[in-house]
Design a protein. Structure first.
Length: 150
């Protein structure tokens, strides 16, 4: 829809009756996600724009730009979750994320139902090969490595 020849803002995306502006998470979804993360001491929420959890460099849960929760599960857990809850593989930016399932929105409000799956996701991430960090020291990131002038 255009007004005075200028496009208007797109309508907010609907998530099971809740609305979320793209790029912003509904406060209730973030709060529910933080409660879920708190079930296991030592798990830390990361990410300012896209809340996520990771261990050893491997991400295993996140809220996407629409506020949908994705969990990374082992092949057997993934198949069981999809069959039990009618879930699908998570899709982000048009790409299917083969190891992640999209958690039905109502499950985020049911911690007793979701907690074992979140913990299974964490346990699976612990089995993955740690990713090497590519970050150098902060001074190297800003200015690059020292170079000798000929």
């Amino acid at each position: 829809m255009e007004t005075c020849g200028l496009p208007t803002k797109p309508e907010p995306a609907a998530i099971d009756g809740q609305t979320a502006s793209l790029g912003r998470h509904p406060g209730e979804r973030i709060t529910a996600y933080e409660r879920l993360i708190a079930v296991e001491p030592g798990i830390e929420r990361k990410g300012a724009r896209m809340p996520y959890t990771s261990i050893n460099g491997n991400m295993y849960s996140f809220l996407d730009e629409t506020g949908a929760l994705a969990l990374r599960l082992s092949p057997s857990d993934r198949a069981a979750f999809m069959e039990r809850f009618g879930a699908t593989l998570h899709e982000a930016h048009g790409i299917v994320m083969k190891e992640y399932v999209s958690v039905p929105a109502s499950m985020l409000d049911d911690p007793e139902l979701l907690e074992p799956w979140f913990l299974a996701s964490h346990a699976y991430a612990l089995t993955l090969k740690p990713k090497a960090t590519t970050r150098g020291s902060s001074s190297q990131r800003r200015t690059g490595p020292e170079r000798k002038v000929p």
